[in-house]
Design a protein around this ligand. Structure first.
Ligand SMILES: Cc1cc2nc3c(=O)[nH]c(=O)nc-3n(C[C@H](O)[C@H](O)[C@H](O)COP(=O)(O)OP(=O)(O)OC[C@H]3O[C@@H](n4cnc5c(N)ncnc54)[C@H](O)[C@@H]3O)c2cc1C
Length: 204
């Protein structure tokens, strides 16, 4: 049973909790601030509290939490451990404890670490674009709602432009970007036809 609980928490990708995390951060008025980067640590702990009454939050390199976060964590009996995490202690293939840099060991059954998502922006950079830092965690390609980027003729779709997108949203995004690309080509063809027929680039 314990193994299943551990496994189920480890299998939760950040995308699954990101919408809730994002809503928590925006509802706290912290979107775009440094707190939006620091506090998801506490917000993640609150989310995992839905799955287990035994949740420990290791602050690791986070210096401080605000009073509201401390209050929520205390009210939900989430234990908070300060100090930098040095390593995990594993014996006979079983996780036993989180070991802090000062040598303190905290018994745990499972560990969840929030990943950071980096948009694979190599191609976009080669085309002259720049990936942006996301206010939650990671990097993304900034676009308009149709997926148009800052680089003319380049669109982005899916997780590259929306770290919260999952399969259905990423696929819908691709359809939308495809339609926008087609609309752009139609407009280009029409402009070329006008140019060919009237010798101007558009109506005067
Ligand atoms: C562990 C895990 C579990 C998940 N579980 C779920 C789930 O249960 N349900 C759900 O809806 N979503 C889930 N997701 C999220 C889901 O997988 C993604 O949101 C979705 O795949 C995003 O689709 P995408 O097309 O934007 O990106 P991707 O699926 O990552 O596709 C991008 C593709 O582009 C390729 N690529 C990148 N750069 C280049 C380049 N320069 N040249 C050529 N190819 C390139 C990559 O190799 C990749 O194949 C999960 C994600 C993870 C990591």
């Amino acid at each position: 049973m314990l193994f299943l609980i551990s496994l189920s928490t480890l299998m939760i990708p950040l995308q699954v909790i990101m919408v809730t995390l994002f809503k928590l951060v925006t509802s706290m008025g912290l979107y775009g601030s440094y707190w939006a980067v620091i506090l998801p640590t506490a917000a993640s702990a609150l989310l995992f509290r839905q799955l287990s009454p035994h949740v420990t939050l290791f602050l690791h390199t986070v210096d401080e939490l605000d009073d509201g976060a401390w209050e929520q964590l205390a009210a939900l009996d989430v234990e908070v451990v300060t100090g930098v995490v040095d390593r995990l202690r594993v014996a006979s293939g079983t996780l036993r404890a989180v070991v802090l840099a000062d040598g303190h060991e905290q018994r745990v059954d499972a560990v969840v670490v929030a990943p950071r998502f980096e948009a694979r922006g190599d191609l976009y950079r080669q085309l002259g674009g720049e990936v942006n830092e996301h206010p939650m965690s990671g990097t993304f390609v900034e676009t308009d709602p149709m997926g148009r980027t800052a680089v003319a003729g380049v669109w982005a779709a899916g997780n590259a432009r929306d770290l919260q997108a999952m399969v259905s949203a990423a696929s819908a995004d691709g359809v939308r970007a495809g339609a926008a690309v087609n609309a752009d080509l139609v407009a280009e063809d029409a402009a070329a036809a006008v140019q060919a027929r009237y010798g101007t680039v558009g109506a005067t």
